[in-house]
Design a protein around this ligand. Structure first.
Ligand code: NAP
Length: 469
């Protein structure tokens, strides 16, 4: 027999009840509590279980909240709440007490849902292992790209495919800043001030602008895409603080836009590593001879690339897989209500599994692919430099590129006589913007070092990677 609820969804009368503990009622937690209370009947019909919110742990019970929630649900004893729950939703943020509470939940056999990318970046591998060992599920869709369903598609929908590359705009703050610079011509500091004024950047924006937040998400994306656990220290990380208005303008002029990308890609192992890695690996058949590089840096992409159309604080992840080809996932990367959607997706999915039974564990680490450093990457490069405007300069620079095995795709020169020339007719300043063909990190570094030693070079203003051409 079934009973019909207010939305017309049908829920069986004998529906079992799952006790849900919520840790945190801030931006995201308050919206999760609202959905659990307002949509209880819909969720019961969709999961086959009633999700009973048994308590909400906070620091200050009477703190003002975005949502009006029953006072009797609030507690400051998070530990007691966790011990009596079937599902624990951790939305406190920070490392402690979040980590201890998640471990307590795992020990008690509770399913855990979290959006805590900072904790996963530091302790993810040990938490996943503890959850696996205890046979409980630990889900974290909200930790990468807010509302965008990206982890489950990679983990489940692409489980029968082989991902070759993932490129993501996974930090809304930096995308907003770079987009402001691109559309208004603003300098970095002014665009950051605007992001702070509008609430896109936190009072201390370091984790965003230095790329640490994107690196944490890159490690998670790489782990799921390549069935191998990557930690934060495996990610090469460079932020956007050195990107100038002049870089953005030059990129624009050449048909590119600059985005902070997290890129995880499968690459052939360098020859020297092939034997050892092949013998040591017990992972996926057909993956021998490959490793994975994970990196975060400002990147030039053609203005026609799908990721170039991601404006403001939006996020997007571009996935390339052997059979599926190219896929793009786009949406809001933050915000209480959008992020609550991702959290609730994990909660419903976990509850369904608890109702139906079956294994909780759906991630695999069978890949065991070696981690490759940035040295293993070959990419195109954009180099901006200021040189003396005198005969033979271009020839000298071109010769150094050739000597180091880096081939030039395009070279543009803009002469500023007023910036360099003096009354004696000394040379003016030539701004050179060079885009290379694919080259290794080592070859590029050697080229840049050789050029910087030329007496005709005033400064090398930027060295940025180019992708998606
Ligand atoms: P928030 O607004 O700062 O809320 C944190 C909540 O946790 C507050 O209710 C706070 O209690 C409670 N809390 C913090 N420390 C506690 C402690 N020691 N004991 C008990 N309660 C404690 O955070 P948020 O923006 O909702 O983010 C929550 C998590 O989601 C974070 O891990 C964040 O990285 C992740 N996330 C957020 C977004 C987003 O757009 N906001 C997007 C993706 C992922 P009081 O209210 O009493 O202070």
């Amino acid at each position: 027999m079934t009973e019909r609820n207010t939305t017309g969804a049908a829920a069986p009368a004998d529906t079992k009840t799952l006790k849900v503990a919520l840790l945190g009622a801030g931006n995201v937690g308050a919206q999760v509590a609202r959905i659990l209370l307002e949509d209880a009947d819909v969720l019961a019909a969709r999961t086959g279980a009633r999700l009973e919110l048994v308590g909400i742990a906070v620091r200050t019970i009477d703190a003002p909240r975005e949502v009006d929630l029953p006072r009797e649900l609030f507690t400051t004893d998070a530990s007691a709440l966790v011990r009596g729950a079937d599902v624990v939703i951790e939305l406190m943020g920070g490392l402690e007490p979040a980590k201890t509470l998640i471990l307590e939940a795992i020990e008690h056999g509770a399913t855990v849902v979290t959006g805590n990318k900072a904790l996963l970046a530091v302790d993810g591998p040990s938490l996943y292992e503890k959850a696996d060992a205890a046979g409980v599920q630990l889900s974290y869709e909200a930790a990468v790209a807010g509302a965008i369903p990206i982890l489950r598609p990679i983990r489940d929908s692409l489980a029968g495919d082989k991902v070759t590359r993932v490129m993501g705009i996974v930090n809304g703050t930096t995308n907003f800043i770079l987009d402001q610079m691109d559309t208004t011509g603003a300098q970095f500091a002014d665009a950051l001030a605007e992001a702070t004024r509008l609430g896109y950047a936190e009072a201390d924006p370091t984790a965003d602008i230095e790329g640490h937040d994107a690196a944490a998400k890159g490690a998670i994306l790489a782990s799921l895409s390549f069935h191998t656990r990557f930690a934060l220290e495996d990610v090469h990380c460079q932020g956007i603080t050195s990107v100038t208005a002049s870089d953005i303008a030059a990129a624009k002029d050449a048909g590119f836009v600059i985005k902070l990308l997290a890129i995880a890609e499968k690459l052939p192992l360098p020859a020297a590593d092939k034997g050892a890695a092949g013998e040591a690996r017990q992972g996926d058949a057909g993956e021998s001879g490959y490793g994975v590089s994970v990196r975060v840096h400002p990147t030039l992409i053609p203005r026609s690339h799908p990721l170039a159309a991601v404006h403001g604080a939006f996020n997007a992840v571009f996935v390339e897989a052997e059979s599926a080809g190219e896929l793009m996932f786009y949406g809001r990367g933050a915000g209480g209500t959008p992020t609550a959607s991702a959290v609730m997706g994990d909660v419903v999915s976990a509850a369904r599994r608890m109702v139906l039974g079956g294994p909780g564990r759906t991630e695999t680490t069978a890949g065991v692919l070696p981690v490759l450093g940035i040295d293993a990457v070959t990419t195109q490069y954009y180099i901006g430099l200021d040189a003396a405007d005198q005969p033979g300069v271009l020839a000298k620079i071109s010769a150094l590129f050739a000597e180091n095995g880096v081939s030039i795709e395009t070279m543009r020169q803009t002469v500023h006589r007023e910036r360099g020339a003096d009354d004696d007719g000394a040379p003016g300043l030539a701004e050179l913007r060079i885009v290379t063909h694919r080259a290794s990190e080592a070859a590029l570094a050697a080229t840049v070092q050789a050029i910087s030693g030329l007496d005709i070079i005033n400064s090398i203003t930027s060295v940025l990677r180019v992708e998606g051409v």
